[in-house]
Design a binder for this molecule. Structure first.
Ligand code: BGC
Length: 355
């Protein structure tokens, strides 16, 4: 009899606990802020986050700010006054969010930084991202191997290169630049790589808000001013959007298949992958946004349910107020040789999407 009672009680407790967890999940709302729909990756990020959070029983609010910083601030303030339970933020310019983030903290709303670190705030609990310096080293190592820079150095040959780096208000952009220069600086120093515009510093090559139009205009100006007599061999670009602008500038300047340069990118967007297939872009960086979303979801669970999220970096991401516990996903280079296996067989895109 005692045994039966104990069993019944245990059963009731188990049932009771799981029922409260499920109910708590249902009642909790996660407010997601994404920077822009102008680039495909953020549309995927938002959709993946929404889907994965809803599967777990959370209510989801999702807003895009179209790269307008004031709009993102008001979206954040709005979420705080709605009383959302948790915030997931991919910032446009995290500098302008600091006050609203402090209000969120006051209101007891935890914040997860998504892909881009939130700077100068102690209101952020966790950060889910890709290895941002790693993105730079993967791009640069790709260039190093594709052009066999060591052999070129031995033979006393050189390649021309120009740089198109990310937005100065996005912490990721400097990490990426540093990763690139960790590999390529020595070849610039010894003349194996020649940057005819002389623009090699981050300050001289960064592009505000990751603008495709600015990348195109910069490339047009550089080609006119510096490449009248010699071809550009390498366009080291930090973003697929830049690669589209560079492609347009090169076509405008009369480049053809014969002298088309090596062009890098980031995000492995559908358009970029099509360009890789037809040879007008050489490579991109594949970032599996499904994986990133799943890591961010474990962080939402952690702050709302008290579980432990998976963390693999507690050193790199100092935001000026604290070193933010981070999960870094691994970026992968894709080009003509492996897009089929990685993007199609991996289920990221269908064959039809790339036609
Ligand atoms: C992201 C990149 C993206 C870029 C432009 C960066 O913060 O890490 O994946 O290409 O923003 O949207």
């Amino acid at each position: 009899m005692k045994k039966v009672l104990a069993c019944l009680l245990a059963g009731a407790m188990v049932f009771g606990v799981s029922a409260t967890t499920a109910m708590a999940d249902e009642e909790k709302t996660v407010g997601i802020l994404m920077p822009t729909q102008s680039s495909e990756r953020w549309i995927n990020d938002g959709a993946n986050m929404k889907e994965q959070l809803e599967e777990k029983g959370y209510k989801v609010e999702l807003q895009y700010a179209e790269d307008d910083t004031a709009q993102q601030v008001s979206q954040l303030e709005n979420y705080i006054s709605m009383g959302v339970d948790c915030l997931v933020i991919a910032a446009i310019d995290s500098g302008v969010l600091v006050n609203a983030e402090a209000q969120a903290k006051e209101a007891g709303i935890p914040i997860i930084a998504y892909d881009r670190l939130l700077m100068d705030t102690d209101a952020v609990s966790y950060y889910a991202t890709f290895d941002n310096k790693g993105v730079g080293t993967v791009i640069a190592n790709y260039i190093k191997e594709a052009k066999d820079l060591d052999a070129a150095r031995e033979a006393g040959e050189s390649y021309t290169i120009e740089f198109f780096m990310g937005s100065p208000d996005d912490n990721n952009a400097l990490f990426l630049y540093n990763g690139i220069m960790e590999v390529l600086q020595e070849y610039l120093d010894d003349g194996t790589l020649v940057c005819k515009s002389g623009r090699t510093s981050f300050e001289d090559t960064c592009i505000l808000r990751w603008s495709q139009e600015t990348a195109q205009a910069n490339c047009e100006n550089i080609l006119t001013a510096n490449y009248a007599d010699e071809d550009l061999d390498i366009a080291c670009s930090a973003f697929d959007g830049f690669a589209y602008g560079i492609k347009a500038a090169l076509q405008g300047a009369g480049y053809t298949e014969e002298n088309w340069p090596l062009i890098t990118g980031q995000d492995a967007e559908v358009m970029a992958t099509k360009n890789i297939i037809d040879g007008t872009q050489t490579m991109s960086i594949y970032k599996d946004t499904r994986l990133l979303a799943s890591k961010a979801v474990t962080m939402v669970d952690a702050v709302l349910q008290g579980s432990e999220p998976e963390i693999n970096d507690t050193e790199q991401y100092d935001n000026g107020a604290l070193v933010v516990p981070t999960y870094m996903c691994t970026p992968v280079a894709v080009d003509q040789s492996n897009y089929q296996e990685i993007l199609i067989d991996g289920g990221y895109y269908t064959e039809d999407q790339l036609k």
